[in-house]
Ligand binder design. Structure first.
Ligand code: KIV
Ligand code: ZN
Length: 527
């Protein structure tokens, strides 16, 4: 069969695995409400398939898949399983409310996986995969099979597996480069080989899932598309295991910008790319590197004089994508305290934030505080304010009322905090530390008393200039009871922004602690 015949459809299906593989990024840990929020944003952006989680892996993942199945109607909702009956039964149960459920099952196909991980033989592994597909078919019509570590498998064996699982009923076959080992030439050849050697391949959609260990996930994915793959598995901002997965925005914009080469479409509303990238970064606490293609802060910044001159004369001299096409807001538009409620509301609406009255009032209060200190407030400041005031998808048990610090090169850093507790009372306490942030965290610990370990602290200026808002992102680690008598060491991220970086640090810590407390409460409720 020729490449063109396999191409048939002129559309590439976007399978988003931000909530499954993306969430496997160290420290990404999202709670159920946050996952549901991201799922809505993905649906609105136009992804075709949402891999919502790995239902058997934790009660939280199960509930997330269940709620996303109930709330998202436009996309196929997919749940991951290993190739065994219990995983498949649990996934089927989590997907029960979905309008278009899909079970994603499979196992390793490389000799390394078969010998060392599965400890079996090729023939037995093949049989095991076939049985998993047959079993999953008893629950759902749409079954996707992953041939894990296909990038390092022997092609002849891979062809046999693909043919067998399609015969067993797989509707989609996923060829992952699990370890990010392949090069574009090789991976394209592998996909072409499958198309040429698997006689029943036309009965399934061919999907690819590339990891970025050698920085080639996007190139490999595009090479596979050129060779005939018609589903791509991607994550927002390219987050995921180790060096991450293929990034959604890169593949979608490559297909769109080079339509002349690929001749293929996606259903993605590209103007939603930047807002969804920000949302995922805020909720996972994983910053986007400034030079990240499409969504990085510098992706459309021209700093050299020659480039600036060219762009001013004609944008296309140095820009292949119009930033507006990916929803990058115009940061030249600034507001001041004089802009008033109407001006702020108008700008927030332009930026795609639809806030209810109480959310708007909170944002307005913060906006006035920032405008008072910085005189002008631009888009990035507004994003930071909205993230702090609105994008908190759990109950806030403790609220930071005030924080005050004394420090300097000849004094002992000392902090006093006042915190409103769940009983409505305000508690004050003070402590000292090695620096102002340490002192604040110790003072907060004296009030809240949740044992944890700070494992990451980072600070970034939201805008340029000495008066910029600082954004602090932290991660803490704590034991969370997952079953009646089992605990799991889990990571909780927190973020906070303020023109005062010590206040931003205090807010970030309160955010992470509140998140931890909310997770404990939820686990207790479930138990
Ligand atoms: O990388 C991989 O192989 C995977 C599979 C589970 C699809 O994530
Ligand atoms: Zn993966």
């Amino acid at each position: 069969m020729t490449e063109d015949a396999i191409r048939g459809t002129e559309r590439v299906i976007i399978f988003d695995t931000t909530l499954r593989d993306g969430e496997q990024s160290p420290g990404a840990a999202l709670n159920v409400n946050e996952k549901v929020e991201i799922a809505h944003a993905l649906e609105e952006m136009g992804v075709d398939v949402i891999e919502a989680g790995f239902p058997i892996s934790s009660p939280g993942d199960f509930r997330a898949v269940q709620r996303i199945s109930q709330e998202i109607r436009e996309c196929v909702i997919c749940g991951l399983t290993r190739a065994n009956r219990q995983d498949i039964e649990v996934a089927a149960e989590a997907l029960r409310g979905a309008a278009r459920p899909r079970i994603h099952t499979g196992l390793g196909v490389s000799d390394i996986h078969i010998k060392h991980k599965l400890r079996t033989t090729r023939d037995e592994a093949l049989q095991w995969g076939v049985e998993a597909v047959r079993y999953a078919k008893q629950f759902v019509e749409d079954v996707q099979y992953y041939a894990e570590d296909a990038g390092r498998a022997e092609p002849e064996y891979l062809y046999r597996v693909v043919e067998a699982v399609i015969d067993a009923g797989a509707t989609v076959v996923n060829i992952p480069d699990t370890t990010g080992y392949s090069t574009p030439d090789e991976f394209g050849r592998l996909i072409r080989g499958i198309i040429e050697h698997v006689p029943n391949i036309h009965r399934a959609t061919l999907s690819v899932h590339c990891h970025n260990d050698l920085g080639m996930a996007t190139a490999n994915t595009l090479a596979a598309v050129r060779a005939g793959a018609r589903q791509v598995e991607v994550t927002v901002n390219g987050i995921g295991e180790r060096a991450g997965n293929c990034s959604l925005e890169e593949v979608v914009m490559a297909l769109r910008t080079r339509r002349d080469l690929f001749g293929l479409e996606t259903r993605i509303n590209t103007r939603r790319i930047y807002p969804v990238s920000r949302l995922v970064s805020q909720l996972t606490g994983i910053p986007v590197q400034p030079n990240k293609a499409i969504v990085g802060a510098n992706a459309f910044a021209h700093s050299s004089g020659i480039h600036q001159d060219g762009v001013l004369k004609e944008r296309t001299t140095y820009e292949i994508i119009n930033p507006r096409d990916v929803g990058v807001p115009d940061s030249e538009i600034v507001l001041s305290a004089r802009s008033g409620r109407a001006g702020l509301r108008h700008r927030l609406t332009e930026l795609g934030y639809l806030l209810d009255e109480s959310q708007f009032e909170r944002v307005y209060e913060r906006f006035l505080e920032v405008a008072d200190k910085k005189k002008t407030v631009d888009t990035r400041d507004l994003e930071a304010i909205v993230a702090d005031e609105v994008q908190m998808f759990f109950e806030e048990t403790y609220h930071l009322e005030h924080v005050q610090v004394t420090c300097g090169d000849h004094s002992i850093p000392t902090a006093t905090v006042s915190i409103r507790g769940p009983d409505g009372r305000v508690y004050c306490d003070a402590d000292h530390g090695t620096g102002p942030v340490d002192a604040v965290y110790r003072a907060i610990n004296r009030v809240i008393g949740e044992p944890n370990e700070l494992i990451e602290f980072s600070i970034q200026a939201v805008t340029e200039g000495i008066d910029a808002v600082g954004r602090v992102t932290i991660r803490i680690q704590a034991d969370e009871p997952v079953t009646e008598n089992g605990v799991e060491r889990r990571v909780f991220s927190g973020r906070g922004s303020d023109t005062d970086i010590v206040v931003a640090s205090a807010k970030a810590y309160m955010f992470a602690l509140n998140r931890l407390i909310a997770a404990r409460r939820e686990a207790a409720r479930q138990n």
